[in-house]
Design a protein around this ligand. Sequence first.
Ligand code: GLU
Length: 333
Amino acid sequence: MPERLPAIALLATGGTIAGAQSEDAAHAYRAGAVPVGQLLAAVPGLERLARIQAEQVANVGSQNMTHAVWAELARRIEALCRDPAVDGIVVTHGTDTLEETAYFLSLVIRHDKPLVLVGAMRPATAPGADGPANLFHAVALAGNAAARGRGPLVVMNEDIHYAREVQKVACAGVNAFASPNRGRAGVMRGSAASFFSRNDTLHSTASAFSLQALEAAGWPRVDVVHAGVGLDGELVDFLAARSRGIVLAGVGDGNATDLALRALQRAAGAGVAVVRASRTGSGRVARNVEVDDDALGFIAAGELSPQKARILLMLGLSLTQDPAALQDFFDRY
Ligand code: GLU
């Protein structure tokens, strides 16, 4: 008897993996042009890996990913996680915000079923398109019991990344994804996965967050302010009047000009949650090193990039306003 192939649910959302480029010119490029059936047909050997049932959840360039699509995706994934006939789930996604969707899902999907996000750097119609290989690896990984309990994984260019760690670190090239702080989760070789480490941060089954709480709180508004030479306090003052949280994409160790820090202190004093992250791309922003967080009422982002700090703060604010409790989330997720 042949072994039973894993049943994989594939949710397509668009991006370059489904992109078409009719000529080699920037304006001719369209993300999310190819429907999911056509994507699957382009991957040789997929039928020997898994039984795949595909659905198109959205078909957008991921720069246009929305909270509404996140909610729909999370609900669909929850349902598939509860379905005993499904062994694993693959989400195809544009690469621009892939890391944000992966991290968001790691915080709101409270199941241990393998969930793999995948994209491509080259359009489906380009010579040497990387989408078919990436999709092959994603389906193989989603059908692998070793992927269970690690939270959402991202597969690109034969590398496996944890949702919390992965970052798009280059705007072009097939090796655009890296996990700068803690390194890759593992690698794919053909259909086999080798894992290097476990994910020991809180996520998935251990997460305190939920889509329900987030929706009940109305998706608390959090904005990011990018620091640099000469940043004044005007942008922070503007946001303080409308945002529940502000993430500083700070210079170096999450720092900014005296003017900007004073404006952030005013915002924190008025009850806005202020998180200091770093614009450098890696490292750990710790409390009270260069900036006196205790005195100013700030939260330190730890290893999270500004874009991921924004997601955690949004979810944190759905449960609490208390800076100490929010800091605790940043220390553990
Ligand atoms: N900007 C598009 C997106 O993120 C295309 C980039 C890509 O998928 O690589 O969907």
